[in-house]
Write a protein that binds this ligand. Structure first.
Ligand SMILES: O=C(O)[C@H](O)COP(=O)(O)O
Length: 312
């Protein structure tokens, strides 16, 4: 019986439904026990991971029979794709299964940060009545800029258009003729990156982490954003210069930021100190794509892809 190792959390019903014909080892603690993971992989034909298991080097060497890697998400920066290709190991991301979760995160944080009033609870409970200071902004009529216009950005655009935002996007991989620029609901304007940065009230990132995108939104870019603009990163840490975001929030140039992903996850002591007491900042633990619903979808899609791949 072929063996499938699952080293991070997933919906167990998907394992039962899709991987019944295989020997499965589901142990979400394996990601933090590299020796045990390597030992478990010795006879494994399949491996299922989220974003923390580093599928490269030592781990691949410890898995001589590995035929397929299922990724419970879409980012592939934790997987050495050329090394997998060289060994003929198939890699299956859960494309499409968490788009809606990320899109809702982007819209939700944009609404929260523009309105700003939700931070008043403690003051109101204490008897204060900060009405003028709590007068925030509406999302309708604001310009949303999407850096990258793949599936998640398109879902975000559809929701933003329904809220009467004006949506633009930058994506060097889409030709002007691509039908993505003519969505069934709402409209999206194709923009160059510099123009998008300079003209977006809300800028949301939807690019993978690659050598081309690392540091893409640094202090230069942030300085060129309109005063009071909101920055949302639910893509990958490393695309944004975290110190530049903090400086721009402290100076008041940025009106708010939501960061779901970080160069170092979890934050180390330096990251913790950097973000302490920064105004108008929402920090979340790489959860934009992970909801109860998306966990079910992502797990089913991934387990199915691994089963099909192993069944040939
Ligand atoms: O790449 C993704 O889809 C997101 O980062 C969420 O993925 P994960 O929670 O499976 O790592």
């Amino acid at each position: 019986m072929l063996k499938v190792v699952i080293s991070e959390f997933m919906d167990e019903a998907a394992i039962r439904a899709e991987l019944a014909g295989f020997e499965t080892l589901y142990d979400p603690t394996l990601v933090d026990r590299p020796d045990a993971l390597r030992a478990a992989l010795q006879e494994a034909a399949g491996l299922i991971v989220r974003n923390r298991t580093q599928v490269r080097g030592d781990l691949l060497a410890a898995a001589p029979d590995l035929k397929v890697v299922g990724r419970l998400g879409v980012g592939l920066d934790n997987i050495d794709l050329p090394a997998c290709a060289a060994r003929g190991i198939a890699v299956h991301p859960a494309t499409g299964a968490n788009d809606g979760a990320v899109a809702e995160y982007v819209i939700g944080t944009a609404l929260l940060l523009l309105r700003g009033a939700y931070g008043a609870s403690a003051q109101v409970a204490a008897g204060a009545w900060p009405r003028n200071a709590s007068m925030g902004r509406e999302i309708a009529g604001k310009r949303l800029g999407l850096v990258g216009f793949g599936a998640i950005a398109r879902e975000t655009a559809r929701r933003a258009a329904a809220l009467d935002m004006a949506v633009s996007a930058f994506d060097p991989y889409l030709t002007p003729e691509d039908t993505a620029w003519r969505p069934a609901h709402g409209s999206v304007t194709r923009a160059e990156l510099d123009a998008l940065i300079a003209s977006s009230d809300v800028l949301s990132l939807h690019v993978p982490l690659t050598e081309a995108t690392r540091g893409m939104i640094g202090s230069d870019a942030i300085t060129r954003m309109p005063p009071g603009a909101i920055l949302i990163n639910a893509a990958r840490g490393g695309v944004v210069d975290e110190r530049a975001v903090v400086d721009a929030l402290r100076s008041g140039h940025l009106g708010g930021a939501a960061l779901d992903v970080f160069a170092e996850e979890p934050l180390d002591a330096m990251g913790g100190a950097l973000f302490a007491d920064v105004p108008n900042l929402i920090l979340t633990p790489h959860i934009a794509g992970v909801t109860q619903e998306s966990n079910v979808r992502v797990s089913a899609v991934t387990a199915r892809a691994v089963r099909r791949s192993l069944e040939g």
